[in-house]
Ligand binder design. Structure first.
Ligand code: SF4
Length: 335
């Protein structure tokens, strides 16, 4: 199976400037060497605490933010090497649904214009045809076609997110970044929107990058999950594999915060020390070493590489790297 989207060593730094001369004094390394694939018809979940770089990853890979380094391929196209015109054509295929359904819709535009604007811009439809298409889309996302004349403030949060989904679908995309798309919604509405996204995925053959801070939300929609920590992917695996057999100490700590309904299932309890360090000066060696209960000799000065510890299960941790793995297995007992 060929990936639809390939992200390779993606970097996004935000420069920090100081003083009247705007002196460059450092960078916030929001995304620092992220790589993954998204396959056709797949949902890849991207999780991590706030500030770990997951939203910046989603926006940079769509070229909404200018990358500092790395490559993103959509099928065979290296998207940062495309001309503006080529990128505009490709943008139809790569869409985004934003976190905040309250601020992502222009309050002065009718629903018809919000959803139909891009159709007209890309020459897909105008006039009556556009209206018909918008009505069909509204119906498809579970809203009444007659809503086209209304304005965003007339809708609930869940309904606005459905409008955001209809807007993303208007250009017939192949790939959608769902950027914390359900995080602002009530739990019951979250489930409805997730179900809708799953139905649409099947119907339109969509691939999603589903970004969220909550692992239990991501679990229900994702085929695979990538866990981010301080601008890097710490672990990437199939969803069941990640939940049944988390390898990275950080993933284990995230999972230990989720209640386990099955009392027979062993629960790893990993308590982390301290807070997430600053992405301006990330810790040397392994970025997680300042908080890791298993930290051992190479961790504070050698940066771990991503290892395929089991088929399709990638982890960035020396514990699983044959070159550095500890001789003394008692290190694992600390987890
Ligand atoms: Fe912990 Fe070392 Fe693995 Fe980093 S490399 S997660 S510090 S054991």
């Amino acid at each position: 199976r060929e990936p639809l989207v390939r992200v390779r060593n993606l970097q996004k730094y935000f420069p920090i400037k100081k003083g009247i001369f705007n002196r460059h004094v450092g960078d916030v390394k929001a995304v620092d060497g992220v790589s993954f694939d998204v396959f056709p018809n797949e949902t890849l979940g991207l999780v991590g605490e706030s500030g770990c770089g997951k939203t910046t990853t989603g926006r940079t890979l769509l070229n909404l933010l200018e990358p500092t380094g790395g490559k993103v391929y959509f099928r065979d196209d290296s998207i940062y090497d495309l001309s503006e015109e080529q990128m505009r054509a490709l943008r139809r295929k790569m869409q985004i649904i934003f976190q905040d359904p309250y601020s992502s819709l222009n309050p002065r535009m009718t629903i018809e214009n919000i959803i139909g604007e891009a159709m007209e811009f890309h020459g897909i439809a105008s006039g009556d045809e556009r209206r018909q298409k918008v009505e069909n889309l509204l119906e498809r996302v579970g809203l009444q076609p007659s809503y086209i004349t209304r304005y965003p403030h007339e809708f609930s949060g869940g309904q606005r997110q459905r409008i955001g989904i209809a807007r993303a679908l208007a250009l017939n995309p192949d790939f959608i970044v769902c950027d914390e798309a359900v995080s602002a919604l009530d739990v019951s509405v979250q489930a409805q929107v997730i179900n809708l996204l799953q139905d649409l995925q099947e119907e339109f053959n969509l691939s999603y990058l589903f970004i969220a801070h909550d692992l239990s939300v991501v679990k229900h929609i994702s085929d695979r999950i990538a866990v981010m920590y301080l601008g890097q992917v710490a672990e990437l695996a199939e969803t069941d594999d990640l939940f049944d057999n988390p390898l990275h100490p950080y993933t284990q700590s995230l999972l230990s915060a989720i209640p386990v309904p099955d009392p027979k299932r062993k629960k790893t309890r990993v308590i982390l020390k301290g807070d997430v360090p600053s992405p301006i000066n990330p810790p040397s060696g392994c970025r997680f070493h300042t908080r890791c209960p298993a930290c051992f000799a190479p961790c504070d000065n050698v940066e771990p590489r991503s290892i395929e510890a089991e088929p399709g299960h990638f982890v960035r941790c020396h514990l699983y790297d044959p070159e550095y793995a500890p001789k003394d297995a008692s290190v694992f007992d600390r987890l």
